[in-house]
Write a protein that binds this ligand. Sequence first.
Ligand code: ADP
Ligand code: ASP
Ligand code: MG
Length: 410
Amino acid sequence: MALIVQKFGGTSVGSVERIKNVAKRVIEEKENGNDVVVVVSAMGKTTDVLVDMAKEISPYPNKREMDMLLTTGEQVTISLLAMALMEEGYEAVSYTGWQAGIQTEALHSNARILNIETSRIENPLQRGKIVIVAGFQGITADGEITTLGRGGSDTTAVALAAALKAARCDIYTDVTGVFTTDPRYVKGARKLLSVSYDEMLELANLGAGVLHPRAVEFAKNYNIPLEVRSSMERTTGTRIEEEASMEQNLIVRGIAFEDNITRISILGMPNAIGSLSNIFTLLAKHHINVDIIIQSITADGNTNLSFSIKSQDLKETLEVLESNKSTLQFEDIETETGLAKVSIVGSGMVSNPGVAAEMFSVLSQNGIQIKMVSTSEIKVSTVVDEKHMITAVESLHEAFQLDVGEPSTI
Ligand code: ADP
Ligand code: ASP
Ligand code: MG
């Protein structure tokens, strides 16, 4: 008997009817002779609604209370799904993240899972029960409730699969798999049959919201076979695995994009050893994620530094930098908001020079100015004006022949 972890996202549990549909998919897996652990998200847009309510009260709500609020969303779904399964004659039990033994670091709103104490889950599983666990939540060593970052239910599922040594983790969602790019924005996007862990990790980190990046990290580290599937349709999904063969020898596997990017430039710093480390240590201490970094030396021997951040972190970043101006010794700060990051990803790039050049030339042919660039062995990222984001994605999708073949429907 194998153990399967299934995860159903917000849209898939968006109404009572859909929860009953999820119960059917869970029962099918149970009837195949498997033990089943199910992870669910909050119903539909519940998390967004809760965030909006908090923002009506405070523009910067207290993070501990925010976690207390948001974790209620998943708790609604677990109990309803347990009832739906019982109604069909199956034994089921639901657990919050803390009941399920999901221990996290002490960081509100974006905590990492440190350990899962699985005994609480194993017991009912051994007695044949279907175990349902609330996604996206955990508990610190001090007993404080935490959340794992938006989209974090994927990570709960894969981490449970790793801890319980599951045979498979299936992520059921509102698309039929991982596509060459977001099918909601690009009509020609095609479903991929398989993607490697490394490519998926890049895509997820670079904005492809279909999987939470830490879920892919767990899957890679513990070698968990992961599949993204539709919760509504019964079609083959996308496998995420160690090695994915490149269809038609394509160099690029997919395109990810993300808006709400801001560039910060720190001008006129002394060109001293330690200047950079002072700035980035300070930002890291405040949990501000810095992405692309560009450093240049001016004619008069000073250093200018540009880096990109998420626009939501702008206020805090400026506060941190300004309040440390005298120690950091810079002259001025410049910011540019309204930017987006467009990235091409594919393991075929390692052995193919000229991929970045082709990307830049496609963007310039479309009159799109590139503001920042960063590369790794398997990706090239460019920062462009937000208003050009979709044109950039569409033209790159075509230029790298990702639209060739049967277009898939969502
Ligand atoms: P869930 O609530 O099930 O976790 P999400 O909204 O988090 O669902 O993720 C699914 C969404 O991810 C899709 O509706 C799609 O718009 C988006 N998405 C972004 N990039 C991709 C991609 N490359 N392939 C498939 N879906 C993508
Ligand atoms: N409900 C949370 C969110 O909307 C977690 C998740 O859906 O994965 O971000
Ligand atoms: Mg999600």
